[in-house]
Design a protein around this ligand. Structure first.
Ligand SMILES: [Zn+2]
Ligand SMILES: [Zn+2]
Length: 358
C-alpha cells in the first residue's frame, strides 16, 4: 500500500469512528447513567466522613458573578449533623455537589439579610422538603428580622407548595415539611449569644461591624475540641479576633481594594457613574485580605480561608493579585476559597486537611 493510500484509509477509519461515537453517544450515555444513577442517589457524605468538624464551601463568592464562586454559603458538618451558614445564589446546587443530601440539613444560620446571603434560601427550603419527604420545616436561625425573610419566602412559595402536595400526595410530600421556621435570636450585652448547645457542639453568634447594616453577625462553631469561626460580612473587627482566638479555621470575608479601584475606573470610563458609585460604596464595610490575615495572625488561628471574594476573579493569576501581601502577614496557610473547597478537622488530632469535592 502506498503511503498516500494508507493515509486515506486512516482518515476514513477516524471519520467512521467519530461518526459511530456521534450516532451512538445517546445510547452510550443512557447505559452509563443506568450504572451510576443509583450510586449517586445513595451517596451521602455524612455517612462516610470521620468524626470531626468539616467545612465545605458551597459558595465562596459575593453578588459579583464568578464562574468558580456561587453566592456566600458555608456547609458545616459536626459529627453527623449538617448545618448551612448563609445561602447565596447558586449555592443549593453546590450543597449537592459537595455530596450532601439536602434533606439531611438540620438548620440554616444567617449572618444578615443582604440579598446575596439569602437569595438561595427559597430553593434550599424546597430541596430539603422534597428530597427526603421532611415533615417539619427547616429551622432558620438569624438575628431579629429573620422572621420577615422566612415569612416572605413562605408566601412566595405558597402556590408551589399546594401544587406539589396535590400532585404527589401528603405521604410523599407532607405539607408541614415545606418552607422554614424562623428562629430569631438577640445578641446580649456581651456582644454574643449561644444559639445551639449540647454535650459536644456549641454554635454562638456574635456581632460584627458591617455598618450601616444592623444586625450583622458571625458564628463560632466548636465540636469536641475543634473550632471554626465564620466572619460573616464585616470590616476588620475586634469581635472576630476575640472569637477566633486559637481556632483551627477562620473563614473570613475579603475584598481587594486595588481590584475594586480597577472596576471603579472602568465604570467611570464606560460612562456609568451610578455603578462607579456602587463600587466605591462597598469599600467601607468589608475587610481586605491583608486585614483578614492580620486578624488570623493576632488570633493565632490554624488556617485562613478567604471567602465572600470581592470582586470576581475571572482571569488566570488573579488569585495571586487578590491575596496581596496577606501571606507575608499571616504565616499559616491562606487559601482563596473556591466552591468545592473542603477542610476537615478530625477529632482527636490537630490535623487540618484541605481537599476538594468538585
Ligand atoms: Zn452584606
Ligand atoms: Zn455579602
Amino acid at each position: 500500500m502506498t503511503l498516500r493510500r494508507f493515509a486515506l484509509y486512516t482518515l476514513l477509519a477516524a471519520l467512521l469512528a467519530a461518526g459511530a461515537a456521534y450516532w451512538f453517544r445517546g445510547p452510550l450515555s443512557m447505559a452509563l447513567a443506568k450504572r451510576v444513577v443509583a450510586g449517586r442517589l445513595a451517596a451521602d457524605a455524612l455517612k462516610d466522613l470521620p468524626d470531626g468538624l468539616h467545612v465545605g464551601l458551597c459558595g465562596a463568592g459575593s453578588p459579583f458573578p464568578d464562574d468558580q464562586r456561587a453566592g456566600p454559603c458555608t456547609a458545616v458538618v459536626a459529627g453527623k449533623r449538617l448545618f448551612i451558614f448563609d445561602v447565596g445564589s447558586g449555592s443549593p446546587r453546590n450543597i449537592g455537589k459537595l455530596g450532601f443530601v439536602h434533606g439531611r440539613i438540620e438548620a440554616v444560620f444567617l449572618t444578615h439579610f443582604h440579598s446575596d446571603h439569602i437569595d438561595g434560601l427559597g430553593e434550599l427550603m424546597l430541596q430539603r422538603w422534597v428530597s427526603t419527604s421532611n415533615s417539619a420545616p427547616l429551622p432558620v436561625h438569624g438575628p431579629q428580622g429573620v422572621e420577615q425573610v422566612v415569612a416572605g419566602l413562605r408566601q412566595a412559595y405558597a402556590q408551589d407548595q399546594q401544587y406539589r402536595v396535590a400532585h404527589h400526595g401528603e405521604v410523599t410530600l407532607p405539607a408541614g415539611g415545606s418552607g422554614g421556621l424562623a428562629q430569631p435570636f438577640q445578641i446580649g450585652q456581651a456582644g454574643r449569644v449561644v444559639v445551639l448547645k449540647d454535650a459536644d457542639l456549641e454554635i454562638a453568634a456574635f456581632s460584627v461591624d458591617h455598618a450601616p447594616i444592623h444586625p450583622a453577625v458571625g458564628y463560632r462553631i466548636s465540636y469536641k475540641g475543634r473550632s471554626v469561626v465564620i466572619s460573616g460580612d464585616t470590616k476588620q473587627s475586634a469581635a472576630v479576633q476575640r472569637e477566633a482566638q486559637g481556632v483551627d479555621l477562620l473563614v473570613h470575608e475579603a475584598l481587594s481594594v486595588p481590584m475594586m479601584a480597577v472596576l471603579e475606573g472602568g465604570a467611570g470610563q464606560a460612562g456609568r457613574p451610578q455603578l462607579k458609585q456602587l463600587f466605591n460604596d462597598i469599600l467601607n464595610y468589608h475587610a481586605t485580605p491583608e486585614q483578614a490575615a492580620e486578624t488570623a495572625r493576632d488570633a493565632k488561628v490554624g488556617f485562613l480561608l478567604l471567602h465572600h471574594i470581592v470582586p470576581a476573579l475571572s482571569l488566570p493569576g488573579m488569585e495571586q493579585a487578590f491575596v496581596g501581601t496577606a501571606r507575608s502577614i499571616f504565616n499559616g496557610p491562606v487559601r482563596v476559597g473556591t466552591d468545592g473547597d473542603f477542610i476537615s478537622l478530625p477529632v482527636g488530632s490537630a490535623k487540618i486537611d484541605l481537599g476538594r469535592r468538585f
